[in-house]
Design a protein around this ligand. Structure first.
Ligand SMILES: [Zn+2]
Ligand SMILES: [Zn+2]
Length: 257
């Protein structure tokens, strides 16, 4: 069994196809999907969707692109969602210095807020980092985020940064970019300790080859797994077992076979 540890099933690209997506995933051997919230409304929606689907779990948070719209009542409302059933993580949160949609100091402030919330409720962090890996690692270190750990999702840093993430107690999430010819993601993925690797789609974005450029979905995590297993020189089964166990351990999931 595989687990898609980072999907956005409530993004508008999927409309009302949720049943189909979960079914496609199950047929491809993807038994669990972690559906990630990126703002208050979507955090509510991912909780609702998890309630209706046994295989789907939820995380709640404000994406760094969205932090300018965050106010104190919004933070309070998000905090109140944490106790909801099937919420298994805090995020996605983090820093995006590539798009820079929101001021960096504000991104950092809201990122630190998420880390403190994760520590207060003992849930792992789902971290978005783009063009900001060193700063993200610095903040995780200074805030003592190793207590809860989490995942550096869709990891775009280098091997050295990945290993610093591992040392801080974090898992490294890899997605469709490992199948892109012009990306060094596959080399980074293959260098990650097998016990620290997670698979994801980040759908609807970043569809792996042979679907590159099309809409991504959880079933396609199979192609991510296949590329990494080949590069590591291990069987698909061995990689699936290792990464599934990692996800179960990090998010405290039921071990569905
Ligand atoms: Zn992200
Ligand atoms: Zn995401």
């Amino acid at each position: 069994m595989l687990i898609d540890t980072h999907a956005h099933l409530n993004f508008p690209q999927f409309k009302d196809e949720h049943e189909q997506l979960v079914q496609n995933a199950a047929l491809a051997g993807v038994g669990i999907i972690i559906n990630v919230g990126t703002n208050l409304d979507l955090s509510r929606l991912v909780i609702d969707m998890a309630a209706g689907h046994e295989q789907v779990f939820a995380t709640v948070g404000f994406h760094p692109h969205d932090v300018e719209k965050v106010d104190q009542p919004g933070l309070n409302d998000l905090e109140a969602l944490v106790g909801s059933e099937k919420v298994v993580g805090i995020g996605e949160t983090g820093l995006d210095f590539y798009r820079d949609y929101a001021p960096r100091d504000l991104q950092e402030e809201v990122f630190r807020w998420h880390i403190r919330l994760a520590k207060a409720c003992s849930l792992p962090l789902v971290i978005h980092s783009r063009g900001a890996e060193d700063r993200v690692l610095e903040i995780l270190g200074s805030e003592g985020a190793n207590v809860v750990g989490g995942v550096l999702h869709c990891f775009g840093g280098n091997i050295e940064q990945a290993s610093r993430g591992e040392e801080l107690g974090f898992y490294i999430g890899m997605g469709g970019t490992v199948t892109f010819k012009n990306s060094n993601s596959l080399s980074v993925a293959a260098a990650v300790t097998k016990e620290r690797l997670l698979l994801e789609t980040d759908c609807p974005y970043l569809a792996p080859v042979p679907f590159r450029g099309k809409r991504n979905e959880p079933a396609y995590v199979l192609h991510v797994a296949d590329a990494i297993a080949k590069k590591m020189g291990i069987s698909d089964k061995e990689l699936a077992e290792a990464t599934t166990l990692n996800a179960v351990r990090l998010f405290n999931l039921p071990n569905v076979k």
